[in-house]
Design a protein around this ligand. Sequence first.
Ligand code: HEC
Length: 79
Amino acid sequence: MNNGCAQCHSVQTQDIEATISSEQMRGPDLSQIGSEHDADWIVAYVKREQAVDGEQHRVPYAGNDDDLRAVADWLVQPQ
Ligand code: HEC
């Protein structure tokens, strides 16, 4: 996964391991995200347009929309 997401997120089904050492910054494994949310939701959440229980994504997204869309589409593929 590019765009720095894999610093904080594992995708265990793809043998991607989060590299960040801080447990506090580390996000959940995203292997199953497609069963809970669609790509539109992921884009909105990471861009902080969509909150969950009043919580926004930990870090603001600094990349471009096309890249984020590509990552979101990839994440919701059955893996
Ligand atoms: C600096 C660490 C960090 C980076 C970089 C990061 N995230 Fe996250 N992410 C988190 C944390 C921590 C959470 C847990 C919720 C929270 O506290 O924000 C999270 C939550 C999520 C969730 C919700 C998971 C769920 O099960 O509800 C998604 C989806 C997500 N991130 C996608 C991404 C994508 C896509 C990228 C790259 C564009 C990315 N994240 C980059 C730390 C990060």
